[in-house]
Write a protein that binds this ligand. Structure first.
Ligand code: CP
Ligand code: NVA
Length: 308
């Protein structure tokens, strides 16, 4: 079995295998409706247990549909329904029970340490469905969408991120090293990636550049990604942070400085993108959200070592 916790821990070959499996499976479903099961039913009889300690719309639905389309079932837990959240049961015992009943556990957590703890105590694969420091399923799916819309290998593209240095960006940085693409980051000085991350990029000879001027960061971009200024885990003065980002809003004026870039947003969105850009022809946000299903199907298969 394999865990899917961070992109940096997964060999490039396996990431590619996940993406090519997703492409094949997506193509084959051309005429199937949402809940029809893939012909080969590779996860028939398997149960995905998913738990959300933070809000979710897309991750919850896309993982549900992913396992269903593979022939399995999903059970979604709310932490407040478990003894664990009230201190009435240990994480180790909870993990043992999850492993007894289920085949895969997907966790969206507000505590990075919980991923390590569950990994230690589970005997089934663990999938990270967003943590304070990463959102790997989102970004692997975004790599899929970028290659789908551009019809190019991502290593040939200039990717630009305008926004906060958050969990989604961390996973994007990891992807930039694995898939070897150019990544420009435009963030106010105060919000640039941490020293640990910058050191990691240097150590891995990443093609990542950091700018505090969004107009320079976006130059030559083929693809633009952004996310909310305030993340679920942010314990900041909201008003001040939003003000700090006022020059980083993605509007048509800023977009005109790119190479007519496609725009992606993991959603939900806030005030960081103007409506005209969000609803423009260059915005692929709905396709991006839908693709979560296809890539996560292949992530589930990877975890259970059933990728063809
Ligand atoms: N992009 C994303 O993960 O959305 P949700 O928070 O709705 O799951
Ligand atoms: N950075 C955002 C992503 C939401 C999918 C958050 O953590 O809230």
């Amino acid at each position: 079995m394999k865990h899917f916790i961070n992109i940096k821990d997964i060999p490039y070959k396996m990431l590619r295998k996940i993406l090519s499996d997703a492409k094949k499976r997506k193509k084959k479903r051309n005429k199937l409706s949402t809940l029809e099961i893939d012909k080969d039913q590779p996860l028939k009889g398997s149960l995905l247990i998913q738990m959300f300690e933070k809000s979710s719309l897309r991750t919850r639905l896309s993982f549900y549909l992913a396992i269903r389309q593979l022939g399995g079932s999903a059970l979604t837990l709310r932490p407040d329904e478990l003894h664990l959240s009230k201190g009435g049961e240990s994480l180790a015992d909870t993990a043992k029970i999850l492993s007894t009943y289920g085949n895969i556990f997907m966790l969206r957590t507000d505590d990075e340490n919980k991923l390590a703890q569950f990994k230690k105590h589970l005997s089934i694969p663990l999938i990270n469905g967003l943590s304070p420091l990463s959102h790997p399923a989102q970004i692997l799916s975004d790599v899929f969408t970028i290659e789908e819309i551009s019809k190019k290998n991502i290593s040939k593209l200039n990717i630009c991120w305008i926004g906060d240095s958050n969990n989604v960006l961390n996973s994007l940085i990891e992807a930039s090293i694995k898939f070897s693409f150019n990544l420009n980051i435009g963030s106010p000085k105060k919000y640039k990636p941490s020293k640990t991350i910058i050191d990691w990029i240097k150590k891995n000879k990443g093609k990542v550049k950091i700018f505090d001027n969004p107009k320079i960061a976006i130059k030559n971009a083929d693809i633009l990604l952004t996310d909310k200024v305030i993340s679920m885990n942010d314990k900041v003065n909201r008003k001040n942070k939003i003000k700090d980002f006022s020059n980083f809003k993605i509007n048509s004026k800023l977009m005109s400085l790119s190479k007519n870039a496609f725009i992606l947003h993991c959603l939900p969105r806030g005030n960081e993108i103007s409506d005209d850009v969000f609803y423009s022809k260059k915005s692929v946000v709905w396709q991006q959200a839908l693709n979560r299903i296809y890539v996560q199907k292949s992530i589930l298969l990877y975890c259970l070592e059933k990728l063809r």
